[in-house]
Design a protein around this ligand. Structure first.
Ligand SMILES: [Fe+2]
Length: 354
């Protein structure tokens, strides 16, 4: 069962989705092979300053890829992916991913149960030293990236994630692929964005491709602070990765979840699915309602009756912060990509003091 504070945030099955038929049943006892990663990189090692590090739920940026699925788990995931193939979306003009699938937890019970598995959630929370829950925005659970039809395009462009924590799980053995490497910039996201904005390449000596020894390996990261990409394939091949996101239950830290709405026309659209955009307003509102509720509950527990005017005002402002930001973002409505990026940077600066 998911953590009690989020269990009522996940919506029921929307009428628009049908479960795929004939998929395996997820069995943690047979399908998991969780192994502790060999090494980690701190936020400080990536160049983040003390203020930023203090604003994050964990001081660790990422871990080296480690086993998550057993061989039997990989076979079951690959069979599930085969059944999901008719649902893959291709967005050739995308700023980000060309081939993707979202809403997988409404299509596949195997993916849903994998993404909400307590054993993985607790394992990952122990690694990062913070309590986690599968993300309160359910389209951030079980996102899948596929090789684009046009292999000259990256599987996913350079970016940082709009969620706090996630893992990238390889469904196929990267050693069998030519190109398609998952790459990480050994610097801050701001520095990475700034270099690319100047039209320059990231310095090759500061880009690493963490080694995934095989299928079923995952890289656990604090994705909002790790500037990363998936390189183009140089030869057509099946390449599927599953990205599952989490929220930290440490609500004293600023919310790293970012949600924006893009003009769904031409090159500004990167989510072309017909269903997700219709659900995204409510999904953001539900996430915000969860966070506001948790903060108000904490206020009721913590604010003493002799708190003065300033303390009471600060406590209420803090509890309402995320709701006010969501109201502004939703009221602003869909934006062109560049304006969305400008709003994102403003919110990052305001919230993270960076
Ligand atoms: Fe990502």
């Amino acid at each position: 069962m998911p953590h009690s504070s989020v269990s009522d945030v996940y919506p029921g099955q929307p009428a628009e989705y049908d479960w795929i038929v004939g998929e395996p049943v997820f069995d943690p006892g047979r399908h998991l092979q969780l192994e502790t990663p060999e090494r980690s990189w701190t936020l400080e090692a990536l160049g983040y300053d003390e203020t930023f590090v203090a604003s994050q739920a964990s001081p660790i940026a990422m871990f080296s890829p480690s086993h998550l699925l057993s061989d039997e788990g990989v076979a079951a995931l690959q069979e599930t992916i085969r059944l999901l193939k008719p649902h893959i979306r291709q967005a050739p003009d995308s700023h980000r991913i060309s081939g993707y699938l979202r809403g997988t937890i409404f299509l596949s019970k195997f993916v849903r149960d994998l993404c909400r598995c307590d054993e993985i959630t607790e394992f990952m929370g122990d690694l990062f030293g913070t309590r986690l829950a599968p993300h309160t925005m359910v389209y951030q659970q079980g996102h899948m990236n596929f090789a684009p039809d046009d292999i000259s395009k990256p599987v996913d462009h350079w970016h940082h994630d709009f969620v706090g924590f996630d893992y990238v799980l390889m469904a196929h053995d990267p050693a069998t692929l030519e190109g398609g490497e998952f790459k990480v910039f050994m610097g801050t996201r701001e520095e990475g964005h700034a270099i690319l904005d100047r039209g320059e390449e990231l310095p090759p000596d500061r880009v690493v491709a963490p080694d995934f020894p095989g299928s079923g390996y995952a890289c656990f990261m604090q994705g909002n602070a790790v500037f990363h990409c998936a390189a183009p394939l140089t030869k057509p091949a099946e390449r599927v990765s599953l990205v599952n996101a989490y929220v930290s239950l440490d609500i004293d830290k600023p919310d790293p979840t970012r949600t924006f709405f893009l003009e769904a026309t031409g090159r500004y659209a990167w989510i072309e699915d017909e269903i997700e955009p219709r659900h995204s307003w409510a999904e953001y509102a539900r996430h915000t309602a969860w966070l506001g509720r948790e903060k108000l509950t904490q206020l009721l527990a913590d604010l003493p009756l002799d708190a003065g005017r300033d303390q009471s005002l600060a406590a209420l402002r803090q509890a309402a912060l995320d709701i006010e930001r969501a109201i502004t973002t939703i009221d602003t409505g869909p934006l062109p990509y560049e304006e969305m990026e400008a709003l994102r940077r403003r919110q990052d600066e305001e919230l993270l003091g960076n």
